[in-house]
Design a protein around this ligand. Structure first.
Ligand code: NDP
Length: 333
């Protein structure tokens, strides 16, 4: 089975040389186990944190060992009564062709309900992150003004559409013209900022939100968070989901320099980790399914072909190569 290992810890932006592909022999499955052939895997920004030495909120990846992450595959051999051959499953052992399991933490998925890879995106971790952040953390009220950074990505694109479905005014920021087009034409948001083309994010946001913003869904941190604090209305909320602009930093970053405004504006700033909300999964699924079926929630995928190219897909997250969910197709289904 081919697998991608961490060859060395990135210093700054990850490079192809930080990864290595190796083929290993798998021992036969034992009673109570099954073997999965991976079809799809996810690359996610949080994996950058796991590449650092020392555990962050998830355990650090080990050098010379395969990376891990969300994946969907087919059971090709089984000696487990609850997981029969042919079933499709969601697991956490991406970055490899095959994996063995005793079923712990593995979920059977229904390919009739949605395309398989959607369980890694809109119906999976990133969709749920958007939903938890808006509903459980921001406690979003209809008609609010919402600012979303990395707005065309896996999490951001769902945030934008869920906020629109609640009749909010949505301003999104992203880094490419085609992302602006998608956000306006497909996600239906009200205003877009190409942050790579503006000199001063704070004044740009102020001009697009003359009445201020009520919620900031933060995927980026840094200058985006600073601009959001400047534009925030009294008693507004900063939902701290991610800070991708800082993940490759080699020293602590200065922005936001205006944090003191949190006091005068009585801003609530709350971080969250989607993993803590797994008992709300059914509520999430029951709210998302009708939106998807009615065509009110669209999603994009950026697909990289072949396991050996997974490092490129991962590195691309930091270059903005993806529109919507970044996925790797390991094998055709
Ligand atoms: P995305 O699909 O949004 O991909 C990352 C995007 O971030 C890129 O496409 C790029 O788009 C943008 N980006 C990269 N570098 C920068 C930068 N320096 N400044 C501004 N934008 C940048 O990823 P996800 O949707 O999977 O994740 C979005 C955020 O949510 C991340 O911060 C992630 O860590 C966080 N997250 C948090 C979870 C939680 O439980 N708290 C769970 C899942 C994700 P562009 O072209 O716009 O620059």
């Amino acid at each position: 089975s081919q697998q991608i290992e961490l060859a060395s810890r990135p210093d700054g932006r990850p490079e192809p040389s930080n990864f290595r592909s190796r083929t290993v022999e798998l021992s036969p499955i034992e009673d109570g186990q099954f073997l999965v052939k991976n079809l799809w895997m996810s690359v996610d920004p949080y994996m950058r944190g796991r590449m650092k030495a020392g555990d962050s909120y998830v355990q650090a990846f080990k050098i010379d060992e395969p990376l891990e992450g969300g994946c969907v595959g087919e059971i090709v051999q089984s000696r487990h009564p609850g997981f029969s051959e042919g079933k499709l499953v969601l697991g956490q052992l991406g970055w490899r062709e095959y994996w063995k399991s005793d079923g712990e933490g593995v979920q059977v998925v229904d390919p009739e309900l949605a395309p398989l890879q959607a369980y890694l995106g809109v119906l999976g971790m990133t969709g749920m992150t958007a939903w938890v952040g808006l509903n459980k953390i921001a406690k979003l009220k209809p008609n609010s003004t919402v600012f979303v950074s990395a707005a065309s990505g896996a999490v951001g694109s769902v945030v934008c559409q869920l906020a629109k479905a609640k009749d909010c005014r949505v301003i999104g920021s992203a880094g490419k013209p085609e992302k602006m087009e998608w956000l306006k034409d497909k996600a239906g948001i009200d205003e877009c900022i190409n942050y790579k083309e503006v000199d001063d994010l704070s004044s740009e946001l102020a001009s697009l939100a003359p009445d201020g913003i009520d919620v900031y869904f933060d995927n980026v941190g840094g200058d985006h968070l600073e601009a959001a604090i400047d534009a925030m209305n009294d008693f507004g909320v900063c939902v701290e989901c991610g800070m991708i602009s800082t993940y490759n930093a080699t020293e602590p970053q200065p922005a936001p320099r205006n944090l003191f405004k949190v006091i005068a504006k009585r801003i609530r700033m709350q971080g969250f980790i989607v993993r803590d909300h797994m008992d709300e999964k059914d509520e999430f699924a029951s709210e998302m399914a009708p939106l998807i079926q009615d065509g009110k929630l669209l999603w994009e995928e950026t697909v990289t072909e072949g396991l050996k190219n997974a490092p490129d897909a991962f590195i691309g997250l930091f270059e903005g190569s993806n529109l919507g969910k970044s996925l790797v197709r390991i094998s055709a289904d």
